[in-house]
Design a protein around this ligand. Sequence first.
Ligand SMILES: [Zn+2]
Length: 453
Amino acid sequence: MPGSYHRPSRDPVAGPPSEPPVRPAGLPVAEARIYCGGDVTADRAARAGARREGMQLYNTMTERVERFVPREGEVKLYVCGVTPYDTTHVGHAFTFLTFDILVRYLRQQGLAVTYVQNVTDIDDDILRKAEELGIGWQELGARETAKFLRDMDNLNALRPDHYVKATDHVPEMLDIIAALLAKGVAYQVDGSVYFAVDADPEFGKLSHIPRPEMLPIANERGNTPDDPNKRDPLDFVLWQTSAPGEPSWESPYGRGRPGWHVECSAMASRYLGPSIDIHGGGLDLVFPHHECEIAQSENAFDVEPFARFWVHVGMVGYQGEKMSKSLGNLVLVSDALANDHPDALRLYLFSNHYRSNWDYQDAELERWAGVARDLAEAAGFPAYGVEIEVDVSSYRERFFNALDDDLNTPLAIEALREIGAAILEAPEEDDIRDAQLTLRDLADVLGLSLNEG
Ligand SMILES: [Zn+2]
């Protein structure tokens, strides 16, 4: 039927093709790959392989975009997870889905990624919130962790290889604390142990914050400058005596509980060893949390660097303010997904570069829902044509070049949309099967399911 197109709205009366179809109508796309034979995929992989120069990532440590060279085909990734006392909002989703895309992309390139994410299930915030609610801290942590995982599953996020709880790793934390005391960079007072920041001349090398400016920032983010046991108000707690009613563990310093920062040093080394490839988290964790992790791990294990790349994700605002419970301006993942497809939210989030700070707009989600529907339609459109093959290899190349360039998802999404448009706008007699496979392959790297559900 010359002159008609794959997009049904352009030709609503398009009937079945007069030529016998190359594959039976309705054959699922997954089987179409087998039907087409393996060489199509192999050829595309070879073309893609010839072009690659490797991935570039911005490293907070060096403040530059650098080439990421994997060690022996392996990537060890640690991402600081949630403190489970509140419900997942789209700012959390932006952070964790960034690493979901990074993992998918690295694996797509044939690298063996070991992905560890933690749950900070013992923390001042959890204890305070549990008391407010009149429930146990463990009950609160378990409930909120389950909700977080459900939200991430609904967003089609891959589960980390190791999803680990701080409270399961107290012995590893005590080992690190003992090593820091032995090295003389920590001190013990009345059952508490502190890291002496003055003992580490490199403290500050990640955040690049001048020493006089550190204290006010640390104080906004959990530091207790008035603790009379501290030699310096910037020293951070490794172990603390528990207040009455708080959970506690046995230790050589008396019963107590760990400081926040040492939890991540312990869990990263337990699952990935003392030196890792990529350490990630939200931008608000650079200082003091990640700075303290470096000080602990590099001193305790005598290793440098603790992490070769530090990757930080920008903050998402709403109505001109940082999203926060106290301002009441949270956009919850569960609310966003109540009306719109997970693909729509992913597309909207990653129409922003991961390092940007940006403001969430409700109307934008609707706009991206339309894009998600177009992509799903293009991927699922029945393919009967046998004439000219719709060639989308240049878009595929643009897609990978974009991700190679410090995970430039806005450009990658543009390439994906071009493939969708090429399929929908192709004359009906043209062969769109390879283009559809490419669309599904690339969408999967961004975690898009392309189902219309
Ligand atoms: Zn952490």
